[in-house]
Design a protein around this ligand. Structure first.
Ligand code: SF4
Ligand code: SF4
Length: 256
């Protein structure tokens, strides 16, 4: 269960909830909501079910069927109900998709729970950390709100340190036509810049032709997906694609 002290502020707008549901209800979701045979084969595949003494509420199909129930309510919900959905969507499922691998119908419970998250996010209900990261992506193109100036300065700083060990090694920025555009987790320039230096060392030693983009498109994390915010998630991917096209690279390589 999510910590009740950390519920986001809730303002119930039935029409807005209805619209958010309608916008997400595609044929696949409708089919999955209908075909579950309640066979229970997915139960043991979920770590929450196993860890919580086989609580029936932790069975993946139970959690996924909450979407069906939510849709039926057509926005006529109260605060307690939204909190219950919030607990399931964020507290009882990591959206890992393990259960889907075992369902004979291939019902994607994770996508259904992610849809619940998306509907909640559309109503302003998401963990504060995720909301802050989404705002950062929208305003700066990366989850940690690293400015372009700080990003480039960090790369130069790491290059300088690297050259003390490997004279001639460089961290290329905006190199058009490079084979690889390398992207990182925005936490790297913010907290772990040495990780960038280590990757640069590997690229140098193997003689790789690579580059970083200087502006946006270098953060390969996508926390908007965790909140079911598909619009922002698509925007983040587009930034990477645009940078790769602009630099005319052959491939994008991501960290981790
Ligand atoms: S395995 Fe599939 S069909 Fe069976 S209960 Fe789970 S989701 Fe439903
Ligand atoms: S997707 Fe959710 S319900 Fe399915 S196994 Fe992972 S945590 Fe459990």
């Amino acid at each position: 269960m999510a910590d009740p002290r950390k519920y986001p502020e809730i303002t119930i707008n039935p029409e807005s909830i209805r619209q958010a549901i309608d916008a997400r209800m595609n044929a696949r979701l409708k089919m999955w909501m209908r075909i579950c045979a309640h066979c229970g084969l997915c139960a043991d595949t979920c770590h929450f079910y196993v860890a919580k003494d086989r609580d029936p509420k932790m069975v993946p199909s139970y959690k996924a069927q909450k979407l069906k129930e939510f849709v039926k309510k057509k926005g006529q919900v109260d605060e307690a109900y939204l909190k219950e959905i919030y607990d399931i969507a964020y507290g009882d499922c990591t959206v890992c998709r393990r259960c889907t691998m075992f369902c004979p119908f291939g019902i994607d419970m994770a996508t259904m729970v992610a849809t619940l998250r998306g509907i909640l996010t559309s109503q302003g209900m998401a963990p504060e950390g995720l909301k802050a990261a989404i705002k950062n992506y929208q305003e700066t193109g990366n989850q940690m709100a690293v400015s372009e100036e700080d990003w480039v300065e960090t790369l130069k700083w790491m290059e300088e340190e690297l050259q003390e060990e490997l004279p001639g090694a460089v961290i290329p920025i905006d190199k058009k036509g490079a084979k690889i555009m390398y992207t990182v987790n925005a936490r790297e320039p913010k907290f772990y810049p040495q990780d960038i230096q280590l990757a640069a060392k590997v690229f140098h030693v193997v003689g790789e032709d690579w580059t970083f983009p200087s502006k946006v498109g270098w953060d390969d994390t996508n926390l908007a997906m965790f909140a079911g915010d598909l619009k922002t998630a698509g925007y983040i991917v587009q930034l990477i694609r645009d940078a790769a096209e602009e630099l005319q690279v052959q491939r994008v390589v991501i960290t981790e």
